[in-house]
Design a protein around this ligand. Structure first.
Ligand code: SAH
Length: 204
C-alpha cells in the first residue's frame, strides 16, 4: 500500500528518490486515529486531535522535496501535529527540531515518538512564530500550517543558503520557498496553491 502511495506521488510530480523512499518506509496509519487508519495510504488529509489534520502525503512530500534535506542538517518544523512529517525528516537523517502549540497533540505525539523510537533533537510545546533562537541557524525550516504572514523570526533563523518552505495565505495558501542568499537577502519563489489549517498566533 505504501508503494502504491509512492507511485501516486510520482504521478503527481514528486521525483526525489529519498523522499519517496521515506514515504515507502513510514507507517502513516500509526500516526492516525484508528477510525481513519484504513484510509492511511490514500493521498488525503485526515482529522487528528485538537481539530487539526495530518497533512496530505503529497503536501508532505512536496514540502520535503523543496527543503532539499541532506543528512545531518538542522531542520526546524513548525506544527508537529501527528508527527508524520517529523518522521519523514528523521528518515532523511536530518536533525529535527519541532514545535507544536496544541498541548493535547504535543503530549500525544511525544508519547508516540518515544514508543516508536523516533528521536527529534527537540520537541517543543510553544509558539512556532518565534522559532527556536537558541538553536538557530537552521539549514531548513518547514511550516506545516497556513501562515497569514511570514514570521520574521523564522526568516532570521535561516542559515545563508538555507531554505524556508511556508504556505502563505488565509483561506488558501501559496506554497512559498525562501532561499537565504545573504545576511539581508532572500530569493522568493511562489509555487502551487494549497489548503492548510491556520498557523495560529498566541494572544498575549
Ligand atoms: N505536520 C503535521 C501537520 C499538522 S496540521 C502533520 O502532518 O501531522 C498543523 C499543525 O500546526 C497543527 O498541529 C497545529 O496545532 C500546529 N500549529 C498551528 N499554529 C501553530 C503555531 N503558532 N506554532 C506551532 N504549531 C502550530
Amino acid at each position: 500500500m505504501r508503494n502504491k502511495l509512492a507511485d501516486v506521488l510520482i504521478g503527481k510530480g514528486i521525483t526525489n528518490k529519498k523522499v519517496l523512499d521515506a514515504i515507502r518506509n513510514i507507517p502513516r496509519h500509526l500516526f492516525m486515529d484508528s477510525s481513519f487508519e484504513g484510509h492511511a495510504y490514500q493521498d488525503k488529509a485526515f482529522p487528528i486531535a485538537a481539530d487539526q489534520t495530518i497533512s496530505q502525503p503529497y503536501t508532505v512530500a512536496y514540502q520535503t522535496e523543496l527543503l532539499e534535506v541532506k543528512a545531518n542538517q538542522k531542520i526546524l518544523e513548525i506544527g508537529t501535529g501527528s508527527g508524520y512529517q517529523t518522521a519523514i525528516l528523521l528518515k532523511l537523517n536530518a536533525k529535527v527540531f519541532t514545535i507544536e502549540r496544541q498541548l493535547e497533540l504535543f503530549k500525544k505525539t511525544n508519547i508516540f515518538f518515544k514508543k516508536m523510537g523516533y528521536r527529534p533533537k527537540k520537541m517543543i510545546f510553544g509558539d512556532g512564530y518565534k522559532g527556536i533562537p537558541e538553536e538557530a541557524p537552521f539549514d531548513g525550516i518547514v511550516v506545516t500550517a497556513g501562515a497569514p504572514e511570514v514570521p520574521k523570526a523564522l526568516m532570521s533563523q535561516l542559515k545563508i543558503g538555507g531554505r524556508l518552505v511556508i504556505p502563505v495565505g488565509t483561506d488558501e495558501q501559496i506554497m512559498t520557498l525562501f532561499i537565504r542568499t545573504s545576511a539581508t537577502e532572500f530569493e522568493r519563489k511562489e509555487l502551487g496553491s494549497f489548503r492548510f489549517v491556520p498557523l495560529l498566533q498566541n494572544k498575549n
